[in-house]
Design a protein. Sequence first.
Length: 236
Amino acid sequence: MNYNFTDPYELARYIKEAKKSTPVKAYINGDMKSCLSEDIEYYGNENFYILFGESDVISKFILANKDKIKNFRIENDRRNSAIPLIDLLNVDARIEPGAIIRDKVTIGKNAVVMMGAVINIGAEIGEGTMIDMNAVVGARGKIGNRVHLGAGAVVAGVLEPPSKNPCEICDDVLIGANAVILEGVKVGKGSVVAAGSVVVEDVPAGVVVAGTPAKIVKHVDDKTKDKTQLVEDLRK
């Protein structure tokens, strides 16, 4: 089925209609050669096998063949999950361990996603942008090129409550650590959001905002540019 992933209602429908999955990996110590089939993905031989599949399928298999199994261990990292994680092999960017990026996310060339960052369904990450440690980009969030989203910062999603206007962070914006950009807010090109700020309304281009709620404190000047300059080597 076709879905419009820019529409929050379509995203909700996609999640509703998606087949919920509880994938597991099972390590089996036992003579499984005679009972394994093409219905289960497996690797191994003799008395050691690794099985991949849905929880109910693997559990039924183990129960049906318990007389052949000496011991086993099952690992899983999700339960009734509606959205798989993105296939990182097709992303031309630097993704560090521990980042959680769901499917239907677009990530531009030379972007950097640091440890613990979370990027939700429908989000767009521009070229050369850094999503720093533990930062969150909510569903449908639009992050431009050469943006730095600081550690622990949050760009709110717009699935629940639904909104027609996703958050939009324009090119060359710097958002400080632990800042929060609320639903539907647009931050203009080249602006700076101070650490810990809560942005509740649109920010024009080329200004510095700070506080809760964030207010314009000055225009971006040479001193600000020096303090917020990106390091290209980090994006290689």
